[in-house]
Structures are given as structure tokens and as C-alpha cells.
Design a protein around this ligand. Sequence first.
Ligand SMILES: [Zn+2]
Ligand SMILES: [Zn+2]
Length: 218
Amino acid sequence: MKKYCYWCGSPVKDKYCENCGTDVDPPQDVYFLDEECGECNARLPRWAYYCTECGYKFTLYDPTDSGTKARYNKSLRSGLIFWSAIFILIAVIVPIASETIAFKHTLPVAAVLLIILWGITLTRTERGHFIDGTVTELFTRDEIHRERSLSETTITGRPVYYEVPVTVYCTRIRWDNGKEEVLEKDCNAADHIQLAVGDRMRYFTARRKYQKLMSGRI
Ligand SMILES: [Zn+2]
Ligand SMILES: [Zn+2]
């Protein structure tokens, strides 16, 4: 049994928080981002504000804070330098070590990879931007997906496909700039467990992450 509510931080004795009504022991669906406490080893539900085991209160990511911004961009730059060096090294070493692969093959590939890498880094650079919005609708859609069997083939060696019924969990958000977005998750009810119509959401542009807002907390 969990000790604290991950949403409001109150001590809990039951499956539901007495203070805010949150299901403090939700299905595994909401743990899919592999978030951990850091103070202890507890795995946390997505968007947790408090650790369910030690009660630690998390400082939320604030993209407008200059320290946060600098730290984030610094780690982004380190990654960029590391991977750039790896790509260049491979592009140089492979032709030297191999008799069949020449520089004219590896250098263009490395150049393309570097351009993609630098492009991604540019779009992921934290400039302090975020946008808030409101959840306006939760709905599901049933789809039939064609999935290829991993173990079976036909007698002539052709792939076998199965039709698999899939429930898509959709969450409509109207952002404060008037734009709408529908978040979709195949066979994963996480958003429907954690969100309700009227909830306020924040989208961090650089990190491409969502956070459910608690009024007065962010
Ligand atoms: Zn609570
Ligand atoms: Zn903890």
C-alpha cells in the first residue's frame, strides 16, 4: 500500500486519497514513463508531484527559470558534441579499416546524420516556452490494426497478418491560443485515468512534455 498521495502529498491509508480522491495505487498503465523518485527508489506514476513512498515533494520543471534553462541546454549540448564526435569517428575509422568502404560512402552518411542531429538539437533547445490548455473531451475509438505475425509465415514464405482490435484512448485539449490537439494512446488508458474534462494542462515546447497542472501549484 502506498504511503502518500502522489498528487496532493497527504498521507494515505486507503486506495483513494481522503483529501483529493486520487487513486493512489493506479494501474501500471500510468507508470509507463519510468519515472523514479530520486530520494528513494520508488517508481512513480506519471506527473507525480510527491513520492508515494517517502513523501518527497518534487520541484517542478520551470522552463522560464534561467538556471533550469541553462542546465537543460548544457546537457543537450554535451549530447550533441558526444554524438557528433561518434559519427565523425565512425565515418573516418571505417574506411581506414575496411578495403571496400571508402570515405565517399561514409562521409555523406555522417553529414546527413549530423544535419539531423543538429536540427533536432535546435528544436529541442529550451527557450522558456510553454503553453497551457484545458482538457475538453475524453473519448475512445475502436480500430482494427493489421499486425504481422512474428512466428508464422504461409507455406510459400509470405508473412501472415492478423486483424487485432485496438481501443484508442483519445484526449482532446484546447490550448489557450485556440488550437486543439487530440492525444492518442493505443490500448493504454493512462490519460483517461489521470485526466478529467476541465483539467488544466501545460505543454513544454522544447522538451515536448505534458504536465497536468494543479491550481496554485505551478
Ligand atoms: Zn491526494
Ligand atoms: Zn521517494
